[in-house]
Write a protein that binds this ligand. Sequence first.
Ligand SMILES: [Zn+2]
Length: 647
Amino acid sequence: MILMECDSDSLKVKVGFEIHQQLDTKSKLFCNCSCNDANGNYDYNFIRILRPTKSELGNFDKAALFEYAKMNTIKYYSRIGLSCLVEADEEPPHDVNKDALNTVLLFSLALNSSIVDEIHVMRKLVIDGSNVSGFQRTMLVSSGGYLKVDNFNRIGVQSICLEEDAAKLLPPSDSYKEYGLDRLGIPLVEIALEPVTGTHKEIVNVALTLGRLLRSSKRVSRGLGSIRQDVNISVDDGQVVEVKGVQQLSQLVKVLEYETKRQFGMIKIAEEFKKRNIEDDFIGDKTLDITYLFKNSSSNIIKKILKSSNSIFLSVRLRGLNNLIGYEPIAGIRLGKELGEFVRFFGLGGIFHSDELPNYGITIKDVEKIRELLCISTDDAFLIIGGDEKKINNVLGPLIQRICQFKLGVVAETRSATMDGSTIFSRPRPGSSRMYPETDILPIPVDSQFLYNLKQDVPLSWNDLINHIMQKYSINKKLSEHIFDSQYYDIFEKIVSTSKNITPTFIASKLTEDIVSLSRDNLDKSLLTDNMIIEIFDMLDKGSIAKESVSLIFKQIMKKESKSVKDALNSLNFTEINDEELNTILDKILNDNIKIIEEKGINSIGALMGKSMNILRGKVDGYKINEYLKQKLEIIIDNEFSPKDDF
Ligand SMILES: [Zn+2]
């Protein structure tokens, strides 16, 4: 049932950004390991079991306990050179990487943020296993300041920190949670902005402006995964939901849209709870093991779950919630979906609920029997959870608590962004007792003379930067913005600096418009490496391929049909032709067409050009062929057909 369409684009939301951007440094923050991606090529691994430690305040952090309840043993993968004893927490951290610190100081200056006199390394409790030690090291470099954004005057900066990146979560295996240590310890800048209220478009512009500022320093890493934003979203002054791991602007647009819809949906659902006067003790007041009912079930889902000998089915009574678990106040937003995500987080497959039954092979007879056993009235609902008994026992308490929380509307929690732009539950919001001092590293004083000198390196503002690019390369504003925002800006600069015959406009448009349009056809631009692009433009510059061939070679590689530029040239029949071969081919064409040359003289060039292009299209630049033909033709005409002095 859809009661309300949600035009989320025009709704204003309150959003606070916390941006995490990897810095482009030679080595990690606390050791000399390199910051490269192992690309899955790991050469050793070890196992750890993490336990929560008390913070200075003596309380266990709520989020930490929640992770611990999941009882995961963790397996870490690594590769020599990309991680050492520091990442494995077997050796104290080394001194802070100076390059990384300088970069963050530079960002603090660019954002007019007040830099601290002395930098203290702190430990931030993290117990999901993404740090072997159980904490992430972070240091506050500055606080306050502002970012100038069109449409908003100034967006306040809360804090700017330098911190170490966490290990990379690997695809789940059966028995362990697995992480790659190659990413652990890579320096990150964390910039937290004051929350702003605006339309989705305005909010996205804030993220774009901050991203551009960081990139203009040329001290940050590029590419997918190198920037991750945590986005705190709230609607109607409600609870704040933290969405972690937004990696791209296009994803941010979708996350804002989905989360706005979801939060308004939760408010509608809470109104329904209120109308019905649902008390906390209505929820899960009766639970029953109904495994025996399903022993002979013909349902495939049930049979699959019962294959494992530890599996049970538990039914849970929800008094007064009839038709509320399946209630869909906004398209795609349902309590049932939220609960399914919640139990999946605990390693279970999902839930069945009374609003959707009979279904999935659960018969009307099964449903009637469960209603009878749980004493379900017409106002009530029930859930069925199936799976490993231990996991079900772990999830039951939190699940009941969770359903009770829906009475309050939006629940403050941490969710993760999916690549398709929706968000899924990941854990309760962490409490505040998360930081304590790192005792292995001395405080680092910030020298004021050094800061004064560093001011010269503060990156240009966006407008100044675009003007600079426009003037330097004589390209228009739109193309300047596109090439700078693309991942190809560095290699654009490199190609322009080495090529003699190609214009910056041509290079920039190939690297932006052409690659974008090929990507829209679902071709994979990650297959086209920087080295390949450089090779292609180098050949074009030397005239050994034609301008029209550039996109065709891109396409061939992005289509996965060729693994190298040479392969692509062969498959497209664009085999590279050297000057000697070119001369031979053109000489033959001229010889074969000597009659036309006799008749038309220099005007035969058009016809000859046509014949040459038939053979050489894509292999040699048309301009070059034309030049060669003209020279050769002039020589022939001078020698053979010019009036002779015989008479
Ligand atoms: Zn290391």
